[in-house]
Design a protein around this ligand. Structure first.
Ligand code: ZN
Ligand code: ZN
Length: 242
């Protein structure tokens, strides 16, 4: 399979994980209990992928503006998820009092859709550079896609929408992921910019969306799973044939 087909196939897999995440919250308990493991494992894996793979490769390709673009990607998510949107955090939305205005729910969804666009752009930019980079970025994206879908569906439910609209929002996240893959392939000459911006986005999601949720959990088990995520990424890197 060539890299274009591979990035769309894996982009679709990631999109389906968004929908699975939405379905888990609409359906009930299993997701609520187990989501936190994905959040902790995913955040560690993502941090290692950003700092050891995406940023170094982007700096090699992108020259002196590289870290400016990483910062821009980070701030872009901060703006759409937490400045434009009045209330958004990962995991289950349990503060309906914050959601009395439906607008709060919609702006949270918009913030999440900007982020999922870059999930797709990240996967494609990886495959445009190399199969290894594409594969490791896919793993980093995939590990947090279930929490993404879970979050968006719970925001919709908490802001007074029904399960159909909650599922609709999770499906829309999958769609924007695929749009991100497509746009990155159309702009593949600018892969350095895409890779660096999405490194900043992924860094934000890992360090500023997911880690705070890990730290909210009582005890040390959840923080330990972050190290497992980092270890998993390092093991893949050592074992990779590429
Ligand atoms: Zn809340
Ligand atoms: Zn995401």
């Amino acid at each position: 399979m060539n890299s274009l087909a591979l990035s769309f196939t894996l982009g679709l897999t990631a999109a389906l994980a968004n929908i699975l995440g939405g379905w888990l919250i609409v359906q009930g308990e299993w997701g609520r209990r187990n989501l936190k493991y994905f959040i902790a494992l995913g955040s560690g894996f993502m941090l290692a992928t950003v700092l050891l793979e995406m940023v170094p490769e982007g700096m090699r390709l992108g020259g002196e503006w590289a870290l400016v673009l990483v910062l821009a990607g980070y701030l872009l998510v901060h703006f759409f998820e937490h400045t434009l949107s009045a209330h958004l955090h990962f995991g289950e939305e349990t503060h309906p009092e914050e959601m009395l205005e439906r607008r709060v729910g919609y702006t949270a969804v918009l913030g999440l859709l900007i982020h999922t666009f870059f999930d797709g752009a990240a996967i494609a930019s990886g495959f445009i550079v190399s199969t290894w980079l594409g594969a490791v970025i896919f793993a980093a994206v995939f590990l947090h896609k279930v929490p993404d879908g879970f979050t968006v569906a719970s925001v919709m439910l908490a802001s007074g929408h029904g399960p159909r609209k909650a599922m609709g929002a999770a499906i829309l996240m999958g769609v924007t992921t695929l749009v991100g893959v497509g746009v990155m392939w159309l702009l593949r000459a600018e892969v350095a910019y895409g890779l660096l911006l999405s490194a900043g986005v992924t860094f934000y999601v890992a360090a500023s969306d997911l880690i705070p949720e890990v730290n909210r959990e009582p005890g040390i088990l959840m923080p330990v799973w972050v190290f497992v995520g980092v270890g998993l990424m390092l093991a893949l890197r050592l074992l990779s044939p590429f």
